[in-house]
Design a protein around this ligand. Structure first.
Ligand code: 1GP
Length: 250
């Protein structure tokens, strides 16, 4: 399997310090996808994630990925489930929802999806995925056991387990549309305990200073989704704030 997208991410992190990914949900009607994607790309977002919602059809995932590819950035499926997989993308965050109580989200969907990922020629980016808050849609669907906000050593234990199992990425998820992002101390604690993991933080990030603080706390990659649908000018400011945090942290 190629590792073109992983190499792109690793090289960019080495060169720039922090990255920003823009999440597009193909099921939500984003009135001007072309314009929004173009603005995000020219503001410096480093890749597009596609997926997330309960109601994505494979056709929508495909047409969205195809449209996003025109901007010359990697397009990575961030699958809510198998319906988000499409051969039009470059790669897939091959996630295991580590703090689910439901085996399907830990290993069932992965087994069901593996042959499809191979047939589609998608590069798999092995990712330990932990959802922090219990009150979000992803937590409900994924039967999540939430992480207490005042117990950062628990998130560190998940991250260490992910690293020990050979994952390359560790995704700390507040939940799309969460009222607040995951606690700042979570990425910083994960970084303290692990050496190699690329730490992604997303969910509930709506302000540039918040994005910048999360990046400074140790996130390598910041993901925003909802804000790009609601206020793309703010989304552009967030991308710029992540880039500015790169220059101060490197
Ligand atoms: C990616 O779930 C996110 O982790 C996106 O969250 O929609 O809240 O930006 P938002």
């Amino acid at each position: 399997m190629t590792s073109r997208i992983h190499k792109y991410i690793v090289d960019k992190l080495k060169g720039e310090g922090k990255l920003h990914f823009t999440l597009i949900d193909p099921a939500k009607s984003i009135s001007d996808l072309e314009k929004i994607a173009g603005e995000a790309a020219s503001a410096g977002t480093d890749a597009f994630l596609v997926g997330g919602s309960l109601a994505v059809t494979p056709e929508e995932a495909g047409s969205t990925a195809r449209a996003l590819k025109k901007h010359g950035l990697p397009v990575i499926v961030f699958p809510g489930n198998l319906n988000c997989l499409t051969p039009e993308a470059d790669a897939v965050l091959f996630v295991t929802l580590m703090n689910s109580a439901e085996p399907y989200y830990i290993m069932g969907a992965q087994v069901q999806g593996a042959l499809l990922v191979k047939r589609y020629g998608l590069e798999a980016l092995p990712t330990g995925y932990v959802v922090v808050y219990g009150s979000t849609a992803v937590a409900h669907v994924g039967r999540v056991i939430p992480i207490p906000e005042d117990r950062p050593e628990i998130i560190a234990a998940y991250a260490l387990a992910a690293e020990m199992m050979g994952m390359k990425y560790f995704y700390i998820e507040g939940g799309s549309g969460a009222p607040k992002p995951a606690p700042y101390v979570f990425p910083s604690t994960v970084k303290k305990y692990t050496k190699e993991l690329i730490v992604i933080v997303g969910g509930g990030i709506r302000e540039p200073d918040v994005a910048s603080r999360i990046a400074s706390a140790g996130a390598d990659i910041i993901v925003t989704g909802t804000i790009v649908e609601e206020d793309y000018e703010k989304a552009v400011k967030i991308i710029k704030a992540v880039k500015a945090a790169s220059s101060t942290s490197s």
